[in-house]
Design a protein around this ligand. Structure first.
Ligand code: BEZ
Length: 238
């Protein structure tokens, strides 16, 4: 690893580190240019590799679903711009996979041959590779704050249901002031914040607060119909 290059690991709750970069869609000013939208910044190890190809085809196929959630996509690898362009053209012209074909990638793909951005975002993890980015996913909110970080190793393609679920869950938590339990999906019960005082906790436990079920004093849930979730999530998307 090049030890002269500063490596940082941004954390959940931090402002997304700013940078300017060249992409397949022109220059970008990140995250300023995406203010007001959610954005998924993700890295892949290398162009012209199979797992990455399957992921790009899936990201591009789902781009409209991400857009419905007011979420833009930005990819990055340490390859150069001409490699990116040639790879995306090959995907469009030649690759058929799992029913996807003629897939056009129209979201920006950053060239990062100096690895400056990859180091800034902790995407180079030398135990895995010091010359390629791992599969990082940064979910950044409309105010430019990092809300979720997921890292996958080189050999493991991402789960796109999970990425969409994360976006809906974050937007639901923000809109309704709730938390979401294990494996939550829209329509499942949500977790209400802990009661602020013993009196409220007791009242909840005795089911006097309407619509709330307490499994114990620290664990209370309520119904949140999927229609309510999607009303808000769609409005956020508008
Ligand atoms: C792939 O995308 O297939 C891949 C990339 C780098 C290392 C291993 C696999």
């Amino acid at each position: 690893m090049d030890t002269s290059t500063p490596t940082s690991m941004p954390r959940i709750g931090d402002p997304a580190p700013p940078f300017k970069a060249v992409t397949t869609q022109g220059e970008i000013d990140f995250p300023a240019q995406f203010a007001g939208s959610w954005v998924i910044l993700f890295s892949h190890p290398a162009d012209f590799t199979p797992v990455c190809t399957s992921e790009f085809m899936t990201f591009a196929t789902l781009e409209d679903k991400f857009a419905e959630l007011n979420c833009k996509l930005v990819g990055l690898s340490v390859d150069g711009l001409y490699s990116h362009i040639a790879w995306l053209r090959t995907i469009k012209e030649k690759i058929e996979f799992k029913g996807m074909k003629h897939v056009e990638v129209t979201f920006p793909l950053i060239e990062d041959i100096t690895m400056e951005v990859a180091h800034k975002y902790g995407m180079i993890q030398p135990g895995e590779s010091s010359t390629k980015a791992v599969r990082a996913v940064f979910v950044i909110d409309p105010k430019g704050i990092i809300r979720t970080i997921i890292y996958y190793p080189l050999s493991l393609g991402r789960n796109f249901d999970e990425l969409l679920r994360v976006l809906v869950a974050l937007q639901t938590a923000d809109a309704f002031g709730v938390a979401t339990p294990a494996d939550w999906r829209p329509g499942d019960d949500v977790i209400v914040p802990p009661a602020g005082s013993c009196g409220v906790a007791k009242e909840r436990m005795e089911s006097k607060e309407s619509g709330i079920t307490c499994h114990d004093w620290f664990f209370c849930t309520k119904k949140l119909p999927a229609e309510e979730v999607f009303k808000v999530v769609k409005r956020t998307a508008g």
